[in-house]
Design a protein around this ligand. Structure first.
Ligand SMILES: Cc1cc2nc3c(=O)[nH]c(=O)nc-3n(C[C@H](O)[C@H](O)[C@H](O)COP(=O)(O)OP(=O)(O)OC[C@H]3O[C@@H](n4cnc5c(N)ncnc54)[C@H](O)[C@@H]3O)c2cc1C
Length: 542
């Protein structure tokens, strides 16, 4: 390996978090920043056209192609683990839905020993990145940040049926603001879309920063391991098309490779459970039992309906002229159905009276869910994903090899905790009630999954085992805290190793009750202040 360059900060992974750090740290033109990304540039149209999100997720050139280990509670199925391998990371292939979770989630983080992470303390960092076109209450929302957030201008008509079906039940309230102080109920949801294109941390933060001479972005450059000398991170060994390189960091190495690859890289570098590392012949630099542990994600199960009616998004012979018009409309105006991420309405509800916050999400999709035709949206119908927002099951990431090119073993242990099924079952029954509501009657849709014959608790339990997957929000595998199983402290520094922080989904102590992208942007924005020693007030110059 040749030593190629020295920087103040070397950031590993240009995903949701890494792009924030690279852009913000390089604002100071005297600071030399290097951003390493295993994937290539974010040029593919599947990334940018919101309605092509399914095609982006399925594109092998944009993802790592990972699966879980066989899941014992899911009939030994291997569940797909899509992760972006491209500039923007998973933020370049995600569903663009904009949520923050519940305020109480962050108060729980603080109560678990993470000083500085309560809702009141993190709220300013949510606002910092946000540019909300519709919700202008500046106490809660950012209106001049870099990432554009908006409702879908013309949601599909089926969303109204979803909202009317909820209203007709009379038990739930309408929610105007799913990122406000009380995100509970049903309503339309916002997405990170700007002028008909995906707005990720790559497009909104990194792209405008690329012209800075003090920022170096190396694509198709995979970190093999972190260099740790005398208990201090000094740089990164990198494999690129041009061969092996070393990039050195005089201040800090910032690990932003996500909830699967950050623990992998720590373990490859000798930071992790000693016994596991020794079994693979890796020299232990810090015996941290928590590395790779506490991995968890939102489990979800679908209810899917098909119909002859063509109101939904989707392709069929009968709608071919409309589809051609939609392509022209998008090309000319950046509007129409192609400018929608399809995830246009949702609900956050409590599955039991004892729940202290909404613990189930029902995400509505006005499109046929057809796993066989995926990613092409063939045919018509609609679907709801029922999500358990606070699963108890915990899994782990472990090395399969000391060779960095071999994918790690990911075992989330989905639904192994018996408490995880009940919210899904209650949510599934409610979703079916919604589908049966008069609001959906004009569409004459037929339930194909789980199917009308699946009714009893035992049958629905069996369906959970057959159909549960996740909604791609893995967190927690380098958990923040101040107990022996914590990997980073509340300033995100790796315990026992100097000049090394982890800044990504893996530091979440526990999953939040909503989609994870905006919370990770918040973590990265806060990390910038922790790294530079500035305060939020200082960043606004006041
Ligand atoms: C299919 C899908 C749909 C989703 N939908 C939504 C949604 O609608 N709303 C929402 O809020 N959230 C959503 N999420 C979740 C959200 O996008 C992720 O939680 C978030 O992007 C994770 O950010 P991160 O910075 O932790 O990791 P990532 O964004 O995954 O970034 C990690 C980066 O590190 C790179 N990397 C990994 N290993 C190495 C290495 N050895 N060397 C160099 N680079 C490396 C990766 O290639 C990647 O670019 C979705 C996620 C997926 C996958």
């Amino acid at each position: 390996m040749t030593i190629d360059a020295r920087f103040d900060y070397v950031i590993v992974g240009a995903g949701t978090a890494g792009c924030v750090l690279a852009a913000r740290l390089s604002e100071d033109r005297t600071t030399r920043v290097c951003l390493l990304e295993a994937g290539g540039p974010a040029r593919h149209p599947f990334i940018h056209v919101p309605a092509l999100v399914g095609a982006a997720i399925a594109h092998r050139g944009l993802t790592w192609g990972l699966h879980t280990e066989p899941q014992t509670a899911l009939n030994n199925r291997r569940v797909p683990l899509p992760r972006g391998k491209v500039i923007g990371g998973s933020g370049s292939i995600n569903g663009m839905a904009y949520h923050r979770g519940q305020p109480k989630d962050y108060d729980d983080w603080a109560a678990a020993g993470n000083a500085g992470w309560s809702w009141q303390e993190v709220l300013p960092y949510f606002r910092l990145s946000e540019n909300n076109a519709d919700l202008r209450d500046v106490d809660v929302h950012g209106i001049d940040g870099p990432i554009h957030v908006t409702y879908i201008p013309k949601p599909n008509r089926l969303n109204q049926a979803f909202l009317d079906a909820f209203a007709a039940l009379g038990e739930y309230r309408h929610c105007n603001d799913f990122t406000g102080l009380d995100p509970e109920g049903y309503g339309l949801r916002q997405g990170t879309i700007h002028r008909g294109r995906r707005d990720s941390t790559a497009s909104a933060l990194l792209l405008p920063a690329l012209c800075r001479p003090n920022l170096t972005v190396l694509t198709r450059s995979a970190a093999l391991r972190l260099r740790i000398e005398a208990g201090r991170a000094t740089g990164v060994d990198v494999s690129a098309a041009t061969g092996g390189h070393v990039v050195l960091a005089s201040r800090e190495v910032l690990l932003c490779a996500g909830a699967i690859h950050s623990p992998q890289l720590l373990m490859l570098s000798g930071v992790g459970p000693a016994q596991h590392l020794e079994s693979l012949g890796i020299k232990v630099k810090a015996d941290l039992a928590g590395v790779g542990a506490n991995y968890h994600d939102h489990p979800a199960v679908p209810i899917a309906l098909e119909m002859r009616d063509t109101t939904s998004y989707g392709l069929s012979w009968r709608t071919l002229p409309r589809a051609l018009w939609n392509v022209a409309e998008y090309a000319l105006t950046r509007g129409g159905p192609l400018a929608s991420n399809v995830f246009e309405s949702t609900a956050f509800i409590r599955s039991s009276t004892g729940a202290d916050r909404p613990d189930v999400q029902i995400a509505f999709q006005p499109a046929r869910r057809n796993p066989h035709a995926f990613p092409l949206p063939l045919g018509h119908g609609f679907a709801m994903s029922v999500v358990n927002l606070y699963p108890h099951s915990r899994g782990e990431v472990r090395l399969a090899s000391s060779d960095a090119r071999v994918a790690p073993r990911v075992n989330p242990n989905i639904l192994t905790d018996p408490n995880d099924c009940a919210p899904l079952l209650r949510g599934l029954r409610l979703a079916r009630q919604l589908c049966d509501a008069p609001a959906f009657a004009p569409y004459k849709a037929t339930e194909v999954r789980p199917g009308r014959g699946t009714r009893s608790d035992a049958e629905l339990q069996a369906y959970l085992r057959e159909a549960t997957a996740t909604v791609h929000h893995p967190v927690g595998s380098c958990r923040m805290g101040n107990d022996p199983m914590a990997v980073v402290d509340p300033t995100l520094c790796v315990r026992g190793i100097a000049a090394l922080r982890v800044v990504d989904a893996s530091v979440f102590p526990s999953i939040v009750g909503g989609n994870t992208n905006a919370p990770i942007v918040m973590v990265a924005e806060k990390a910038v202040d922790l790294i530079t020693g500035r305060t939020l007030r200082g960043r606004h110059g006041g």
